[in-house]
Design a protein around this ligand. Structure first.
Ligand code: PLP
Length: 443
Protein backbone atom coordinates (compact mmCIF):
# COMPACT_ATOMS: atom_id res chain seq x y z
CA UNK A 1 0.00 0.00 0.00
CA UNK A 2 1.10 3.56 -0.59
CA UNK A 3 0.60 6.44 1.79
CA UNK A 4 -1.95 7.88 -0.62
CA UNK A 5 -4.05 4.69 -0.53
CA UNK A 6 -3.96 4.64 3.26
CA UNK A 7 -4.99 8.28 3.32
CA UNK A 8 -7.82 7.68 0.82
CA UNK A 9 -9.45 4.91 2.91
CA UNK A 10 -9.00 7.00 6.01
CA UNK A 11 -10.58 10.10 4.55
CA UNK A 12 -13.47 8.13 3.08
CA UNK A 13 -14.36 6.00 6.09
CA UNK A 14 -12.58 6.74 9.37
CA UNK A 15 -14.41 9.06 11.71
CA UNK A 16 -11.74 10.58 13.94
CA UNK A 17 -11.96 11.54 17.60
CA UNK A 18 -11.96 15.17 18.76
CA UNK A 19 -11.89 16.45 15.16
CA UNK A 20 -13.90 18.35 12.56
CA UNK A 21 -13.82 15.58 9.97
CA UNK A 22 -13.39 17.90 7.01
CA UNK A 23 -10.51 19.87 8.48
CA UNK A 24 -8.00 17.12 9.24
CA UNK A 25 -5.35 15.41 7.18
CA UNK A 26 -4.00 12.48 9.22
CA UNK A 27 -0.47 11.34 8.43
CA UNK A 28 -0.33 7.71 7.22
CA UNK A 29 2.14 5.96 9.52
CA UNK A 30 4.09 3.07 8.01
CA UNK A 31 6.14 1.88 10.98
CA UNK A 32 7.89 2.67 14.24
CA UNK A 33 10.82 1.60 16.37
CA UNK A 34 12.16 2.84 19.69
CA UNK A 35 11.70 6.62 19.90
CA UNK A 36 10.88 7.06 16.18
CA UNK A 37 8.01 6.49 13.76
CA UNK A 38 7.90 7.16 10.02
CA UNK A 39 5.52 7.72 7.15
CA UNK A 40 5.30 6.05 3.72
CA UNK A 41 7.58 8.61 2.11
CA UNK A 42 10.50 7.84 4.39
CA UNK A 43 10.08 10.85 6.71
CA UNK A 44 11.12 9.87 10.25
CA UNK A 45 9.89 11.63 13.36
CA UNK A 46 11.38 11.64 16.83
CA UNK A 47 8.31 10.86 18.92
CA UNK A 48 8.48 13.54 21.63
CA UNK A 49 4.79 12.90 22.32
CA UNK A 50 5.07 9.11 22.90
CA UNK A 51 1.90 9.07 20.72
CA UNK A 52 -0.64 10.17 23.35
CA UNK A 53 1.90 10.05 26.17
CA UNK A 54 1.50 6.30 26.39
CA UNK A 55 4.34 4.53 24.54
CA UNK A 56 6.52 4.56 27.66
CA UNK A 57 8.57 1.52 26.61
CA UNK A 58 9.20 2.86 23.11
CA UNK A 59 7.81 1.54 19.84
CA UNK A 60 7.94 -2.14 18.86
CA UNK A 61 9.94 -3.43 21.80
CA UNK A 62 10.83 -6.91 20.47
CA UNK A 63 10.25 -8.76 23.76
CA UNK A 64 6.89 -7.12 24.27
CA UNK A 65 5.82 -7.96 20.71
CA UNK A 66 6.99 -11.57 21.21
CA UNK A 67 5.04 -11.90 24.49
CA UNK A 68 1.85 -10.80 22.72
CA UNK A 69 2.47 -13.26 19.88
CA UNK A 70 3.12 -16.07 22.35
CA UNK A 71 -0.10 -15.37 24.24
CA UNK A 72 -2.07 -15.06 20.99
CA UNK A 73 -0.95 -18.55 19.99
CA UNK A 74 -2.03 -19.91 23.40
CA UNK A 75 -5.31 -18.20 24.33
CA UNK A 76 -6.63 -14.99 22.82
CA UNK A 77 -9.72 -14.39 24.91
CA UNK A 78 -11.70 -15.69 27.84
CA UNK A 79 -14.58 -13.83 29.46
CA UNK A 80 -14.02 -11.94 32.72
CA UNK A 81 -15.77 -14.38 35.07
CA UNK A 82 -13.05 -17.00 34.54
CA UNK A 83 -9.62 -17.01 36.15
CA UNK A 84 -6.70 -16.74 33.77
CA UNK A 85 -2.95 -17.03 34.38
CA UNK A 86 -1.95 -13.71 32.75
CA UNK A 87 -4.88 -11.85 34.30
CA UNK A 88 -3.88 -13.01 37.77
CA UNK A 89 -0.19 -12.39 37.19
CA UNK A 90 -0.78 -8.87 35.84
CA UNK A 91 -3.01 -8.02 38.83
CA UNK A 92 -0.41 -9.38 41.27
CA UNK A 93 2.46 -7.46 39.68
CA UNK A 94 0.49 -4.20 39.61
CA UNK A 95 -0.67 -4.65 43.22
CA UNK A 96 2.92 -5.35 44.29
CA UNK A 97 4.01 -2.06 42.73
CA UNK A 98 1.19 -0.02 44.29
CA UNK A 99 1.27 1.30 47.89
CA UNK A 100 0.72 -1.46 50.48
CA UNK A 101 -3.05 -1.41 51.17
CA UNK A 102 -3.94 -1.39 47.45
CA UNK A 103 -4.10 -5.09 46.62
CA UNK A 104 -6.83 -5.70 44.09
CA UNK A 105 -7.11 -4.66 40.44
CA UNK A 106 -10.25 -4.08 38.38
CA UNK A 107 -9.23 -4.16 34.71
CA UNK A 108 -10.69 -1.94 32.00
CA UNK A 109 -9.85 -1.17 28.38
CA UNK A 110 -8.44 2.29 29.00
CA UNK A 111 -8.24 5.33 31.23
CA UNK A 112 -11.75 6.78 30.99
CA UNK A 113 -13.32 3.47 31.96
CA UNK A 114 -10.86 3.22 34.82
CA UNK A 115 -12.07 6.56 36.18
CA UNK A 116 -15.74 5.63 35.64
CA UNK A 117 -15.27 2.50 37.69
CA UNK A 118 -13.18 4.19 40.37
CA UNK A 119 -16.09 6.62 40.86
CA UNK A 120 -18.51 3.68 40.94
CA UNK A 121 -16.36 1.98 43.60
CA UNK A 122 -16.21 5.17 45.69
CA UNK A 123 -19.96 5.70 45.46
CA UNK A 124 -20.67 2.08 46.39
CA UNK A 125 -18.24 2.22 49.28
CA UNK A 126 -19.44 5.51 50.81
CA UNK A 127 -23.11 5.49 49.85
CA UNK A 128 -22.59 9.14 48.78
CA UNK A 129 -22.90 10.53 45.29
CA UNK A 130 -20.80 13.66 44.66
CA UNK A 131 -17.35 13.67 43.11
CA UNK A 132 -15.01 16.64 43.55
CA UNK A 133 -12.66 17.05 40.59
CA UNK A 134 -10.23 19.80 39.68
CA UNK A 135 -10.36 22.43 36.98
CA UNK A 136 -7.45 22.01 34.55
CA UNK A 137 -7.79 18.24 34.42
CA UNK A 138 -8.59 15.52 31.91
CA UNK A 139 -10.13 12.23 32.98
CA UNK A 140 -11.37 10.71 29.69
CA UNK A 141 -14.24 11.09 27.27
CA UNK A 142 -16.94 8.77 28.67
CA UNK A 143 -19.91 10.16 30.57
CA UNK A 144 -18.77 10.80 34.15
CA UNK A 145 -15.10 11.02 33.15
CA UNK A 146 -15.76 13.88 30.71
CA UNK A 147 -17.99 15.58 33.27
CA UNK A 148 -15.16 15.33 35.81
CA UNK A 149 -12.77 16.78 33.25
CA UNK A 150 -11.97 20.40 34.07
CA UNK A 151 -11.04 21.74 30.64
CA UNK A 152 -12.87 22.85 27.46
CA UNK A 153 -13.28 19.29 26.23
CA UNK A 154 -16.16 19.06 28.72
CA UNK A 155 -18.13 22.00 27.34
CA UNK A 156 -19.56 20.47 24.13
CA UNK A 157 -20.43 17.34 26.12
CA UNK A 158 -22.70 19.15 28.54
CA UNK A 159 -25.07 18.35 30.03
CA UNK A 160 -23.39 15.06 30.87
CA UNK A 161 -23.39 13.15 34.14
CA UNK A 162 -24.64 14.63 37.38
CA UNK A 163 -22.93 14.84 40.74
CA UNK A 164 -19.57 16.38 39.79
CA UNK A 165 -18.35 19.56 41.49
CA UNK A 166 -15.15 21.28 40.37
CA UNK A 167 -12.55 22.95 42.55
CA UNK A 168 -9.15 24.54 41.89
CA UNK A 169 -5.95 22.60 42.28
CA UNK A 170 -2.53 24.21 42.73
CA UNK A 171 -0.73 25.85 39.79
CA UNK A 172 2.10 27.96 41.19
CA UNK A 173 2.92 29.72 37.87
CA UNK A 174 -0.68 30.97 37.49
CA UNK A 175 -1.90 30.62 41.04
CA UNK A 176 -5.71 30.59 41.30
CA UNK A 177 -5.11 31.66 44.92
CA UNK A 178 -2.75 34.58 44.18
CA UNK A 179 -0.08 32.77 46.17
CA UNK A 180 3.51 33.93 45.93
CA UNK A 181 5.34 30.83 47.13
CA UNK A 182 4.75 27.09 46.66
CA UNK A 183 4.11 26.78 50.41
CA UNK A 184 1.44 29.47 50.24
CA UNK A 185 -0.05 27.74 47.19
CA UNK A 186 -0.34 24.46 49.11
CA UNK A 187 -1.85 26.10 52.17
CA UNK A 188 -4.42 28.11 50.19
CA UNK A 189 -5.29 25.23 47.84
CA UNK A 190 -5.98 22.97 50.81
CA UNK A 191 -8.07 25.64 52.51
CA UNK A 192 -10.07 26.01 49.28
CA UNK A 193 -10.64 22.24 49.07
CA UNK A 194 -11.76 22.14 52.70
CA UNK A 195 -14.17 25.07 52.15
CA UNK A 196 -15.57 23.38 49.05
CA UNK A 197 -16.21 20.20 51.02
CA UNK A 198 -17.85 22.03 53.91
CA UNK A 199 -20.15 24.04 51.62
CA UNK A 200 -21.04 21.07 49.39
CA UNK A 201 -21.79 18.97 52.48
CA UNK A 202 -19.16 16.40 53.44
CA UNK A 203 -21.88 13.76 53.85
CA UNK A 204 -22.75 14.01 50.15
CA UNK A 205 -19.21 13.60 48.81
CA UNK A 206 -17.99 10.16 47.73
CA UNK A 207 -14.62 11.05 46.24
CA UNK A 208 -11.96 13.59 45.48
CA UNK A 209 -10.57 12.76 42.03
CA UNK A 210 -7.37 14.39 40.81
CA UNK A 211 -4.40 13.72 38.57
CA UNK A 212 -1.33 13.16 40.78
CA UNK A 213 0.63 15.26 38.29
CA UNK A 214 -1.75 17.03 35.91
CA UNK A 215 -0.94 15.91 32.35
CA UNK A 216 -2.57 17.44 29.27
CA UNK A 217 -3.47 20.58 31.20
CA UNK A 218 0.15 21.53 31.70
CA UNK A 219 2.30 19.09 33.71
CA UNK A 220 1.30 20.68 36.99
CA UNK A 221 3.54 19.16 39.63
CA UNK A 222 1.88 19.44 43.07
CA UNK A 223 3.72 21.78 45.44
CA UNK A 224 5.23 20.30 48.62
CA UNK A 225 2.66 18.97 51.07
CA UNK A 226 -0.36 19.26 48.77
CA UNK A 227 -1.07 15.58 48.16
CA UNK A 228 -0.45 14.70 51.81
CA UNK A 229 -2.87 17.49 52.71
CA UNK A 230 -5.54 16.12 50.36
CA UNK A 231 -5.03 12.68 51.95
CA UNK A 232 -5.55 14.19 55.40
CA UNK A 233 -8.71 16.08 54.40
CA UNK A 234 -10.19 12.97 52.75
CA UNK A 235 -9.51 10.97 55.94
CA UNK A 236 -11.10 13.66 58.08
CA UNK A 237 -14.35 13.64 56.07
CA UNK A 238 -14.51 9.95 55.13
CA UNK A 239 -14.00 10.74 51.44
CA UNK A 240 -12.33 8.35 48.98
CA UNK A 241 -9.14 9.76 47.43
CA UNK A 242 -8.83 8.71 43.76
CA UNK A 243 -5.47 9.41 42.11
CA UNK A 244 -5.73 9.40 38.31
CA UNK A 245 -2.36 8.10 37.12
CA UNK A 246 -3.48 7.17 33.62
CA UNK A 247 -0.80 9.47 32.22
CA UNK A 248 1.51 10.00 35.21
CA UNK A 249 1.99 6.34 36.18
CA UNK A 250 4.26 3.53 35.02
CA UNK A 251 7.56 5.36 34.68
CA UNK A 252 6.42 8.69 33.27
CA UNK A 253 7.34 10.56 36.48
CA UNK A 254 10.42 8.46 37.11
CA UNK A 255 8.42 6.32 39.56
CA UNK A 256 6.19 3.30 39.17
CA UNK A 257 3.31 5.36 40.50
CA UNK A 258 3.66 9.15 40.72
CA UNK A 259 2.34 9.17 44.31
CA UNK A 260 5.59 7.39 45.28
CA UNK A 261 7.41 10.73 44.86
CA UNK A 262 5.45 12.12 47.78
CA UNK A 263 4.88 8.89 49.74
CA UNK A 264 1.14 9.39 49.63
CA UNK A 265 -1.33 6.50 49.58
CA UNK A 266 -4.64 7.14 47.81
CA UNK A 267 -7.58 4.74 48.19
CA UNK A 268 -7.85 4.10 44.46
CA UNK A 269 -5.32 4.60 41.67
CA UNK A 270 -6.45 4.55 38.06
CA UNK A 271 -3.97 3.55 35.38
CA UNK A 272 -3.81 2.79 31.62
CA UNK A 273 -1.39 4.03 28.92
CA UNK A 274 2.10 3.16 30.29
CA UNK A 275 0.99 -0.12 31.91
CA UNK A 276 1.63 -1.82 28.56
CA UNK A 277 2.51 1.23 26.44
CA UNK A 278 -0.74 0.91 24.51
CA UNK A 279 0.40 -2.15 22.57
CA UNK A 280 -3.12 -3.40 23.40
CA UNK A 281 -5.97 -1.51 25.07
CA UNK A 282 -5.68 -1.84 28.86
CA UNK A 283 -6.41 0.18 31.96
CA UNK A 284 -7.69 -0.38 35.45
CA UNK A 285 -8.18 0.62 39.05
CA UNK A 286 -5.93 -0.51 41.91
CA UNK A 287 -8.18 -0.82 44.97
CA UNK A 288 -7.46 -0.47 48.69
CA UNK A 289 -8.44 -3.48 50.80
CA UNK A 290 -11.02 -1.48 52.76
CA UNK A 291 -12.92 -0.60 49.58
CA UNK A 292 -12.59 -4.06 48.07
CA UNK A 293 -14.03 -5.44 51.33
CA UNK A 294 -17.28 -3.47 50.76
CA UNK A 295 -17.92 -5.73 47.81
CA UNK A 296 -17.14 -9.04 49.53
CA UNK A 297 -20.80 -9.98 50.09
CA UNK A 298 -22.38 -7.29 47.94
CA UNK A 299 -21.89 -7.53 44.15
CA UNK A 300 -19.88 -4.82 42.42
CA UNK A 301 -22.39 -3.37 39.93
CA UNK A 302 -20.24 -3.06 36.82
CA UNK A 303 -18.30 -5.02 34.22
CA UNK A 304 -16.86 -5.09 30.72
CA UNK A 305 -16.69 -7.98 28.25
CA UNK A 306 -12.96 -7.40 27.82
CA UNK A 307 -12.08 -6.78 31.47
CA UNK A 308 -8.78 -8.56 32.16
CA UNK A 309 -8.33 -9.53 28.51
CA UNK A 310 -5.62 -12.24 28.38
CA UNK A 311 -3.72 -10.66 25.48
CA UNK A 312 -3.70 -7.22 27.11
CA UNK A 313 -2.76 -8.70 30.50
CA UNK A 314 0.06 -10.77 28.95
CA UNK A 315 1.41 -7.54 27.46
CA UNK A 316 1.25 -5.82 30.88
CA UNK A 317 3.12 -8.72 32.53
CA UNK A 318 5.83 -8.62 29.85
CA UNK A 319 6.04 -4.84 29.99
CA UNK A 320 6.47 -4.73 33.78
CA UNK A 321 9.14 -7.46 33.57
CA UNK A 322 11.02 -5.55 30.86
CA UNK A 323 10.76 -2.32 32.86
CA UNK A 324 12.27 -4.07 35.88
CA UNK A 325 15.03 -5.88 34.00
CA UNK A 326 16.06 -2.87 31.92
CA UNK A 327 15.77 -0.38 34.82
CA UNK A 328 13.44 1.83 32.75
CA UNK A 329 11.85 3.68 35.69
CA UNK A 330 15.28 4.61 37.04
CA UNK A 331 16.37 5.60 33.52
CA UNK A 332 13.35 7.91 33.15
CA UNK A 333 14.16 9.61 36.45
CA UNK A 334 17.85 10.04 35.60
CA UNK A 335 17.27 11.31 32.07
CA UNK A 336 14.81 13.84 33.49
CA UNK A 337 17.23 15.06 36.16
CA UNK A 338 20.45 14.94 34.15
CA UNK A 339 19.47 15.78 30.58
CA UNK A 340 15.94 17.16 30.19
CA UNK A 341 15.95 19.54 33.18
CA UNK A 342 19.25 21.27 32.31
CA UNK A 343 18.39 21.24 28.59
CA UNK A 344 15.09 23.01 29.22
CA UNK A 345 16.70 25.45 31.64
CA UNK A 346 19.11 26.42 28.84
CA UNK A 347 16.17 26.97 26.45
CA UNK A 348 14.45 29.16 29.06
CA UNK A 349 17.62 31.22 29.46
CA UNK A 350 17.87 31.73 25.69
CA UNK A 351 14.26 32.30 24.59
CA UNK A 352 12.26 35.19 26.07
CA UNK A 353 9.00 33.46 25.05
CA UNK A 354 9.61 30.67 27.57
CA UNK A 355 7.63 31.74 30.62
CA UNK A 356 7.93 28.59 32.67
CA UNK A 357 9.51 25.14 32.53
CA UNK A 358 8.32 22.39 34.86
CA UNK A 359 8.19 18.64 35.19
CA UNK A 360 9.89 15.50 36.38
CA UNK A 361 11.01 12.20 34.84
CA UNK A 362 9.98 12.28 31.17
CA UNK A 363 6.97 14.51 31.88
CA UNK A 364 7.79 18.18 31.14
CA UNK A 365 6.15 21.31 29.77
CA UNK A 366 7.46 24.56 28.33
CA UNK A 367 4.88 27.31 28.77
CA UNK A 368 5.10 30.05 26.12
CA UNK A 369 4.15 33.68 26.81
CA UNK A 370 4.02 37.02 25.00
CA UNK A 371 5.46 38.78 28.01
CA UNK A 372 7.32 37.30 30.96
CA UNK A 373 6.21 40.08 33.31
CA UNK A 374 2.46 39.76 32.65
CA UNK A 375 2.67 36.03 31.80
CA UNK A 376 0.17 36.60 28.99
CA UNK A 377 -0.08 33.21 27.24
CA UNK A 378 1.17 33.02 23.65
CA UNK A 379 -2.31 31.81 22.67
CA UNK A 380 -5.48 32.23 24.75
CA UNK A 381 -7.03 29.39 26.69
CA UNK A 382 -10.06 28.45 24.60
CA UNK A 383 -12.09 25.59 23.22
CA UNK A 384 -9.88 25.26 20.14
CA UNK A 385 -7.55 23.21 22.29
CA UNK A 386 -4.66 21.52 20.61
CA UNK A 387 -2.82 24.24 18.70
CA UNK A 388 -3.88 27.66 17.59
CA UNK A 389 -2.18 30.54 15.73
CA UNK A 390 1.48 30.85 16.67
CA UNK A 391 1.46 27.40 18.30
CA UNK A 392 0.60 25.90 14.89
CA UNK A 393 3.76 27.53 13.57
CA UNK A 394 5.82 26.14 16.45
CA UNK A 395 4.38 22.68 15.75
CA UNK A 396 5.11 22.99 12.02
CA UNK A 397 8.69 24.07 12.72
CA UNK A 398 9.20 20.97 14.90
CA UNK A 399 7.71 18.63 12.30
CA UNK A 400 9.75 20.12 9.45
CA UNK A 401 12.90 19.31 11.43
CA UNK A 402 11.76 15.73 12.21
CA UNK A 403 10.26 16.01 15.68
CA UNK A 404 6.67 15.11 16.55
CA UNK A 405 5.68 17.45 19.40
CA UNK A 406 2.87 17.34 21.93
CA UNK A 407 1.35 20.80 21.91
CA UNK A 408 -1.60 21.97 23.96
CA UNK A 409 -2.73 25.60 24.20
CA UNK A 410 0.40 27.68 24.87
CA UNK A 411 2.60 24.75 25.86
CA UNK A 412 5.08 22.40 24.25
CA UNK A 413 5.16 19.23 26.31
CA UNK A 414 8.37 17.23 26.34
CA UNK A 415 7.10 13.69 26.85
CA UNK A 416 9.30 11.19 24.98
CA UNK A 417 9.27 7.46 25.77
CA UNK A 418 10.81 6.50 29.14
CA UNK A 419 13.45 4.64 27.11
CA UNK A 420 14.60 7.76 25.24
CA UNK A 421 18.39 8.08 25.08
CA UNK A 422 20.40 11.13 26.13
CA UNK A 423 21.39 11.71 22.49
CA UNK A 424 17.78 11.57 21.36
CA UNK A 425 16.81 14.09 24.04
CA UNK A 426 19.62 16.42 22.89
CA UNK A 427 18.50 16.07 19.26
CA UNK A 428 14.90 16.80 20.25
CA UNK A 429 15.79 19.84 22.35
CA UNK A 430 17.91 21.24 19.51
CA UNK A 431 14.88 21.02 17.22
CA UNK A 432 12.64 22.66 19.84
CA UNK A 433 15.33 25.34 20.24
CA UNK A 434 14.92 26.19 16.54
CA UNK A 435 11.12 26.13 16.79
CA UNK A 436 11.16 28.53 19.76
CA UNK A 437 12.70 31.18 17.51
CA UNK A 438 9.23 31.24 15.91
CA UNK A 439 7.58 31.83 19.31
CA UNK A 440 10.10 34.58 20.15
CA UNK A 441 8.89 36.56 17.13
CA UNK A 442 5.52 37.03 18.88
CA UNK A 443 7.15 38.14 22.10
N1 PLP B 1 -6.92 10.33 32.63
C1 PLP B 1 -5.85 11.02 32.23
C2 PLP B 1 -5.01 11.75 33.23
C3 PLP B 1 -5.51 11.05 30.87
O1 PLP B 1 -4.44 11.75 30.47
C4 PLP B 1 -6.32 10.35 29.95
C5 PLP B 1 -6.00 10.37 28.52
O2 PLP B 1 -5.20 11.12 28.03
C6 PLP B 1 -7.43 9.65 30.43
C7 PLP B 1 -7.70 9.65 31.79
C8 PLP B 1 -8.33 8.90 29.49
O3 PLP B 1 -7.72 7.73 29.06
P1 PLP B 1 -8.27 6.97 27.77
O4 PLP B 1 -8.07 7.86 26.61
O5 PLP B 1 -7.45 5.71 27.73
O6 PLP B 1 -9.70 6.67 28.02
Amino acid sequence: MTGEQVRADDRAHVFHSWSAQGLINPMPVAGAEGSYFWDYDGNRYLDFASQLVNVNIGHQHPRLVAAIQEQAAKLCTIQPAFANDKRGEAARLIAELAPAPLNKVFFTNGGAEANENAIRLARGHTGRHKVLATYRSYHGSTSTAITATGDPRRWPNEPAAIGVVHFWGPYPYRSPFYAETPEQETERALRHLRDTIVFEGAGTIAAVLLETVVGTNGILVPPPGYLAGVRGICDEFGIVFIADEVMAGFGRCGEWFAVDRWNVTPDLITFAKGVNSGYLPLGGVVIADEIAETFRERPFPGGLTYSGHPLACASAVASIEIFKEEGIVEHARAIGDDVIAPGLAALAAKHPSVGDVRGLGVFWAIELVRDRATREPLVPYNAAGAAAGPMNEVAAACKQRGLWPFIHFNRVHVVPPCTVTADEVRTGLEIIDGALDVADRYY
